[in-house]
Design a binder for this molecule. Structure first.
Ligand SMILES: [Zn+2]
Length: 407
């Protein structure tokens, strides 16, 4: 087993990292070896006693030589390049990372890099009727515009395989054990947070769908966004993704015809939000929690985890819009088979118009259609129209890929 370094600052000499758990060698595996249950009274509003029922304390890891890249370690990631007066730029993140990922992160030069932010603030958080709080535009936004970039309050593995090394437990008990462990991990993370970040985390809503979870895990599951997308946590297959919970990005509400797209950027260690079409001042900013290319009934099922039935413009009429949505997907596939020429131009023009009418610019088919049109007009040497489509394409490229350079 390779020897690993148990302190982030010694990985890179980067002083942006505070320390691992209180400076001790408290690395723990997914199974949380060696981490003592925190005292519930230390975290306001959190009750954990019922989750300690299945918590089994295991021997503490004795030395760094026992570490594996799969070990998980608590890490505080601090940026020294944020403006403390800007509440939208959290500069402290509590992270639970496997050591291989942590090493990869801190081997990047100048990690974490400076956040790219809108020159003029573009959003506010405000009541959104029956949806609770939501995010609203404070100025006119065009497709591709950056609305917000933010460092997460926490980052942690989104899933965990069931423990098989705990004797005499049924599958149900193993599942409960896993939930209790993850609740305990979040307890530790919250205890390490600043009061401001902890309050922000505890103020987030939790879906009743996650009633089997502890209160902290329910919040993480209700409000998590994909993070560290290029890293797989500890080779654990479908469990191997990371999720981040944010103060503001986690306030965004869902729409099946969203006007914005979320992206993760590892170099700046942040999530960002960009418009995919024009957004007017006062308009709610929405993103998609589920795949847009699904039928109404499937989308509603997929959204159950968030505890609501969608009433967005596409869902108001129930499955009435399904036929149009499915036809767009069918026609997008058909258009990709059309040889270049007038027929191709006609097919993609129709597709782009219908996608925009349905508010489905966040579909990858929209980006593909813009690309084909730009290529078509370059091919027929209509430079003006080619440039017009290339401009749209650039904007959508920023939005869909979250390229940090454009504001
Ligand atoms: Zn909807």
């Amino acid at each position: 087993m390779p020897s690993v370094i148990g302190n982030a600052s010694s990985l890179t000499g980067n002083t942006n990292v505070l320390s691992d758990l209180d400076g001790a060698h408290d690395t723990h595996r997914r199974s949380s070896a060696g981490v003592a249950p925190p005292d519930s009274k230390d975290v306001e509003g959190v009750e954990v006693e019922e989750y300690q029922r299945f918590f089994i304390k295991r021997p503490k890891v004795a030395s760094e030589d026992n570490d594996s890249p799969d070990d998980i370690v608590y890490t505080t990631i601090v940026s020294d390049n944020c403006d403390a007066s800007d509440a939208h730029t959290r500069c402290v993140t509590e992270a639970l990372l496997d050591i291989a990922t942590k090493r990869a992160l801190f081997s990047q030069p100048n990690f974490p890099r400076r956040l790219v932010r809108p020159i003029v603030p573009a959003h506010l958080i405000a009541p959104a009727g029956f949806k609770g709080l939501g995010m609203f535009a404070t100025r006119h936004l065009r497709a591709g515009n950056l609305i917000l970039s933010e460092r997460p309050l926490i980052i942690r593995p989104a899933g965990a395989p069931l423990r098989q090394d705990v004797p005499d437990l049924s599958q149900t008990q193993r599942a409960l054990f896993s939930l209790s462990e993850r609740e305990m991990q979040l307890q530790v993370m919250l205890q390490r947070m600043t009061h401001e970040c902890r309050d922000a985390y505890l103020a987030l809503s939790r879906s009743k769908y996650h009633a089997e979870c502890g209160p902290l895990l329910a919040r993480a599951r209700t409000n998590g966004w994909q993070a560290l997308t290029e890293f797989n946590f500890a080779n654990s297959g479908s469990c191997g993704s990371y999720a981040g919970v944010f103060d503001e990005l986690s306030r965004m509400n869902h729409s099946c015809c969203p006007n914005a797209v979320y992206n993760w950027d590892t170099q700046t260690f942040s999530g960002s939000l960009r418009a995919v079409r024009e957004i007017m001042p006062g308009e709610e900013i929405t993103v998609a929690y589920c795949a847009l290319g699904e039928l109404w009934a499937v989308r509603q099922t997929n959204l159950q985890a968030y505890g609501f039935l969608c009433a967005c413009p596409a869902c108001k009429g129930g499955p009435a819009a399904d036929a149009r949505r499915m036809q767009i997907l069918i026609d997008a596939y058909a258009a990709s088979k059309v040889p270049t020429g007038i027929a191709l131009r006609r097919a993609y023009l129709s597709l782009i118009r219908r996608i925009e009418d349905e508010g489905l610019e966040a579909l990858p088919e929209y980006f593909a259609a813009l690309l084909e049109m730009a290529k078509y007009y370059r091919c027929v040497k209509d430079v003006a129209k080619a440039k017009a489509y290339e401009g749209k394409l650039n904007a959508m490229s920023w939005a869909m890929r979250g390229e940090p350079g454009a504001v």
